[in-house]
Ligand binder design. Sequence first.
Ligand code: S3P
Length: 429
Amino acid sequence: MEQQIIQSKRLKGTIRVPGDKSISHRAIMMGAMAEGVTTVDGFLPGEDCLSTISCFQQMGVDIKQEGSRVVIHGKGLKGFKEPAAVLDVGNSGTTIRLMSGILAGLPGHFCIQGDASIAKRPMNRVMKPLMQMGATVDGRENGSFTPISIRGGALHSIDFLSPIASAQVKSAILLAGLQADGRTSVTEPERSRDHTERMLQTFGVDIEIEGKKVSLLGKQRLKAASIKVPGDISSAAFFMVASMLVPDSCITIQSVGMNPTRTGIIDVLEQMGARLSLQNQRMQNFEPEADIEVHAAPLKGVVIGGSLIPRLIDELPIIALAATQAEGTTIIKDAAELKVKETNRIDTVAGELTKMGANIETTSDGMIIHGKTPLKGARVNSHGDHRIGMMLAIASCIAEGETVIENKEAVKVSFPEFFESLQMLQENE
Ligand code: S3P
C-alpha cells in the first residue's frame, strides 16, 4: 500500500504515542513466566508485540488482550507446553531473541521462524551463549539463522562477556539464567537498554548491577505484577524531529518513557540546537516518564558515536533526517549494528533520503550527512521497515511537493495509528 503526503505548513497540538515496544514485549514474557494474574496497561498493540502474545498463547499461556490492556494468567514456568506448530515471530527480533532465552530452560522442543527480514538477521549472538548454558540449538549455518530449533532443559550458569552492546542478547541470557543453577552474569562493552533489569525487579526478582555487569541467581520465582507501560520514546522521536523541522511548529507528546538508557535522542537533539523541554517528570514501575514539548528551531551538525550509540540506536534513521536539515556535517560512527536491524539501515536511510535530495555518504559503521539540503517530494519505499517508513513520512512533511511512500503498512509493527497521529498534527489550511 502507498501513502501520499504533501509538505506541512506547521505542526501543532498535543498527542500520545503508543506504549513502549521493548517494555510491552517484556511485560508479556515475564507475566507468562510469573505465577498469578499480571495486568498490563498501555500495552503496544503493534504487530511485533502481538507476535509475542501469540507465541506464548501457542505454548498454553492464557493471555487476553483488548487494545492496550492485557491480562495474563501465569502458571510459572511449569505452565508452558510444547507447541504443536512452529512459533512465528513475524518481523520481531525482540520476540525471537528474548523468547529463545526462556525456551532454552524449558523441557521440550521448539521451532521458531519469522518473516524474510528475520531470516537475514543474526541469531548466533544469542544461540551461542544459550548453547554454552546447556541448550541444544540448531538452525541454518549452525544455528546462526532461522528457522531455529531449540531443545531446552537443565541449564547451568555462565559469566558471559558480550562482544556487542545488545539488550536482546543480555536479556536472553538473563531469562535463561533465571532457570539455571547458580549465578549468571552478562558484561557488555557499553550499557544497553535496561528494561529487563528494571522489570525483573517489578516481578520480585533480585538482580545485581555493577557498572556494565548484570547478574542474577537462578531458580528465583517471578510474582505477578501490575505493569503500566509508558509511551515509546522511539515512536515519539519521529514527532520530536518533525516539530523541530517544520517551521513554526510546537507540539507536546505526553507520557513518554525517559529511561536514561534510551534518551540519547534528547541529548543529541539538544546538542543540535533543539528547543525542547521535559515536563511532569515521574516514575512508574521503576521506569521514569515525562511530557515533552518541542518547538521548531534551526539545527547544526554533530558527531554521534561511542557509548551514545546503544542509547539511540533505533532513532538513528530519524536523526539522520534531522541532520540533512542541520548546518554543517553530521558524522554517525560506531553504529555497524544498523546493518542488522529490520533492514540494513545505513543503506535504506541513505538510499531513500538521497532520492529526496539529501547528501549522505555511507561508511562501514555509519553515515556522513552534509547539511543543509532542501528535500523534494519523490517516490520512496519503507523496504518493509517500520522506522524507515515513519522517517520518510516526516521527510515528506518538509519536502517540496508530494511524496509517495510505498509499503506504508510497515508502520503497524510499532505504531499502527502513525499516519492518523501525523494528520492530527498537520495544519495545512
Ligand atoms: C531491543 C533492543 C535493541 C533495539 C530493538 C529492541 C529490545 O536491539 O534495536 O529495537 O527490546 O531489547 P539490540 O539489543 O539488538 O541492540
